[in-house]
Design a protein around this ligand. Structure first.
Ligand code: SER
Length: 599
C-alpha cells in the first residue's frame, strides 16, 4: 500500500532531483485574485509567473497545493469527487516543454511508482479550428514505448486545460490513465467507456501551456511556453492501491470511520450521507485552519464554509447522528491532516469553536425549518402543485438559514422541485453589494492581471506603508483583494481612523505618486529581505528566495515589500489615489477600500 505522505514524498523528491525547487502550499484563499473564492489548482498561485513574471525560485517549480473545488459539490458522495483535495504539480516557467515534461511523467510513473507501462493509457489533443492536433506529444509517447493503440486523440472538452476563468493561460494537455484492472482497450470508443469512472482512472494531467485566452475569446501566444501538471493525491492513492473510492485514502478513511461510528443505526462505507459529512467537514476544517482566518458568514468564502457545515449537519440527521458531532469528526481531521499542514494543528482550537458555534445556531433551525417546509409542501400538494415557489425557499433561507442546496435536496427527497432561478433572483436583490459578487465569483476564473489591477497592486504597497508611517508602525497586511475597480486592504488596528488620518494617508500615497517613483524588484534570500526592512505577509514557511519590490525616487524609499508582482514601472501611472471606505472586519482588524486613476 502507498500512503498519501509516501506519494507526496516520492513526487517532490523526484522533481527536486530533476532541478525543481519545492515551494510550500499557498493559502486556500487566493491573494489578490477577485475572480475566484478558493485556490483550485497548484497553478493558481503561479499565474503571474506563467504570464511571464520571473519567479524568485527559478524556472522549475514543484509543490503540493491545498485546493478547494465547489463546482462538483453535487457529485460529492460518489467514489471520486472531493471538495478539498491535495494536488501535486511540477511547472516549467518558460523552461522545458513537451519532450521533458512527458518523459519525466513517464519516468515517475514507471520507475518511481513502478507502474507497469502496459497499465497506462494516454490522451492527446485532437485539434480543432483554434489549435492544431498535438502530434508532437503523441510522438513523444510513442518514442517512450507507448503503443499507438493506447494513445487516444480527444477534442477540446477532454484534452484542453484552462483558462481557469474567462481569461488566462491555457493549452492542450496530455492525460495519463492508470488501469486498475488488467484490461486493454481496442479502440478509442472502448477507452472512453473504460475511463468513464470505470477501471481506467485519470491520475495525471500535463498541460502544455502555450496560449493566453484574452477577453475577446481569442488565443494569443504566451510570452513563454510553460508546463503545468497536476496529480490529485487522493485519487492517485486510491487508484494505485486499487481502492474502490477516494474515501479509502489514508488522509480520509479515519474520518469516514469516525462518521460511521457516530451513526446510531450504523451504515456502510459507500453511504452517500456518510461520505458527504466526511468530505464537507474535512474541507471545512481545512478552510477554518487556513491562516487567512475565514469564519462562517453569509458572504464569499464564509458562505461556502457555512454551507459545508450546515449540509454536514443535515446529512448527519439523515444518518441518525443526533446531537453535536462536528468537533469529534474535526478532531480526526486534525490528526489526519495535521502532519502535513502545521497550520491545522496550530488553529485547531479555533476551528472547533467555530464549528460548535455554527452547529448550535443551525441544529434547532434545521428541525423547525424542516417542519415548516413539510407544512408548505403539504399545502402545495393539496393544490396539486409539485414544486416549491421561490419566495418560500427564500423564507427558509432567511428565517431558518437553509442554504438553497439543502432546500432543493429536501424537496427532491419528497418528490418536489424548487424554483431555483427565482430563488437566486430574490437572493440577488437581497444581497448587499459585497455579497452580490459571490455567486458570480463561484463561476468566475482567474484574475485578469490587467493594467488596472496592476496599478491597484502597487497602490496597495503604498497604502500599507502610508498606514505605518501615518498611523502606527506596527500595522501590517492581514489580507488583500483587488478587483479591476478597487483595492481592499485589511490590516491590524483596533480603532476607526479619524478623518484627519484618512486625509494624511491619502496625501502620503499621492505624494509618492507625484514624486514619480520607480518600481523595481530584486531577488534575494529572506534574511537579506528582512535586513532591508522589507514588509511581507510572513507565512510560517517562506521560500528560500524571495522577490522584493522597492518603490523609490533616488535615495528616497517609499516602500519595500516581499511580493510576487506584477507592478507598474513608475508610480506616476497611478495618477491619483483615493480612499472610498473604511470599516471593521473583525476584532482588531480594519479594512480600507480605495481607488486609483483619474478620480
Ligand atoms: N491545472 C491543471 C489541472 O488542474 C494541471 O495542474 O488539472
Amino acid at each position: 500500500m502507498i500512503t498519501a505522505a509516501e506519494l507526496k514524498g516520492k513526487y517532490l523528491n523526484f522533481f527536486e532531483q530533476h532541478g525543481h525547487k519545492i515551494i510550500p502550499s499557498a493559502s486556500l484563499i487566493p491573494e489578490n485574485d477577485p475572480t475566484v473564492l478558493f485556490t483550485t489548482a497548484g497553478m493558481h498561485p503561479l499565474v503571474p509567473y506563467l504570464l511571464g513574471e520571473s519567479h524568485p525560485q527559478g524556472r522549475r517549480i514543484c509543490s503540493v497545493q491545498k485546493c478547494i473545488r465547489t463546482g462538483d459539490i453535487d457529485d460529492v458522495g460518489d467514489a471520486w469527487h472531493l471538495t478539498f483535495f491535495e494536488m501535486l504539480g511540477n511547472w516549467s516557467l518558460g523552461d522545458y516543454f513537451k519532450q521533458e515534461a512527458i518523459s519525466m511523467s513517464f519516468e515517475f510513473l514507471t520507475v518511481i511508482l513502478k507502474i507497469p507501462s502496459e497499465r497506462i493509457s494516454v490522451t492527446c489533443f485532437a485539434g480543432d479550428s483554434t489549435a492544431p492536433l498535438d502530434i508532437e506529444a503523441a510522438q513523444i509517447w510513442e518514442k517512450l514505448g507507448m503503443p499507438k493503440s493506447r494513445i487516444h486523440f480527444l477534442p477540446k472538452k477532454d484534452n484542453w486545460w484552462g483558462p481557469a476563468g474567462q481569461t488566462g493561460p491555457c493549452g492542450p494537455d496530455t492525460e495519463m490513465f492508470y488501469h486498475t484492472k488488467q484490461i486493454e482497450e481496442r479502440s478509442t470508443e472502448e477507452f472512453l467507456k473504460l475511463s468513464d469512472h470505470g477501471p481506467f482512472c485519470e491520475i495525471w494531467n500535463d498541460v502544455l501551456m502555450q496560449y493566453n485566452k484574452n477577453k475577446d475569446g481569442g488565443y494569443e501566444d504566451l510570452k513563454q511556453k510553460n508546463v503545468d501538471t497536476g496529480m490529485g493525491v487522493e485519487r492517485a492513492v486510491a487508484a494505485l492501491n486499487n481502492f474502490d473510492s477516494v474515501y479509502e485514502c489514508d488522509t480520509i478513511s479515519p474520518i469516514l470511520d469516525k462518521v460511521i461510528s457516530l451513526s446510531a443505526k450504523g451504515t456502510s462505507r459507500d453511504n452517500r450521507n456518510a461520505r458527504i459529512i466526511t468530505d464537507h467537514l474535512r474541507a471545512a476544517v481545512m478552510i477554518l485552519c487556513d491562516e487567512k482566518g475565514v469564519v462562517p458568514s453569509n458572504v464569499d468564502q464564509g458562505y461556502v464554509l457555512r454551507r459545508l457545515i450546515r449540509r454536514s449537519i443535515r446529512h448527519a440527521r439523515l444518518l441518525s447522528i443526533n446531537g453535536k458531532f462536528c468537533k469529534e469528526v474535526a478532531m480526526v481531521v486534525v490528526s489526519a491532516m495535521g502532519n502535513s499542514y502545521s497550520e491545522v494543528r496550530k488553529n485547531a482550537q479555533r476551528a472547533f469553536e467555530e464549528l460548535e458555534g455554527e452547529e448550535e445556531k443551525f441544529s434547532a433551525a434545521l428541525e423547525n425549518g424542516t417542519r415548516h417546509l413539510d407544512r408548505m409542501l403539504k399545502a402545495q400538494e393539496e393544490s396539486n402543485q409539485k414544486s416549491l415557489d421561490a419566495k418560500s425557499a427564500f423564507d427558509l433561507f432567511q428565517s431558518y438559514g437553509f442554504p438553497l442546496e439543502i432546500t432543493a435536496e429536501m424537496c427532491k427527497e419528497r418528490g418536489f422541485s424548487v424554483d431555483v432561478d427565482g430563488f437566486n433572483n430574490l437572493m440577488k436583490i437581497h444581497q448587499e453589494i459585497s455579497r452580490k459578487g459571490a455567486e458570480q465569483k463561484f463561476k468566475g476564473g482567474l484574475a485578469d492581471h490587467g493594467e488596472k489591477t496592476t496599478m491597484l497592486h502597487t497602490a496597495t504597497h503604498l497604502l500599507n506603508e502610508a498606514l505605518r508611517q501615518v498611523v502606527d508602525l506596527s500595522i501590517h497586511q492581514m489580507g488583500s483583494n483587488i478587483t479591476s475597480e478597487r483595492l481592499r486592504f485589511d490590516f491590524n488596528y483596533d480603532k476607526k481612523l479619524t478623518d484627519e488620518q484618512i486625509l494624511l494617508v491619502e496625501k502620503w500615497v499621492n505624494d509618492a505618486i507625484d514624486a514619480q517613483a520607480d518600481v523595481s524588484f530584486e531577488t534575494m534570500s529572506l534574511e537579506e529581505a528582512k535586513k532591508l526592512g522589507a514588509q511581507g505577509v510572513f507565512e510560517e514557511r517562506y521560500e528560500e528566495k524571495v522577490k522584493v519590490y522597492t518603490i523609490a525616487k533616488g535615495s528616497k524609499i517609499f516602500s519595500r515589500e516581499i511580493c510576487g508582482g506584477p507592478h507598474v514601472k513608475n508610480t506616476r501611472e497611478l495618477v491619483h489615489f483615493k480612499i472610498t471606505k473604511q470599516e471593521s472586519v473583525a476584532a482588531g482588524v480594519r479594512r480600507i477600500k480605495a481607488i486609483v486613476g483619474v478620480v
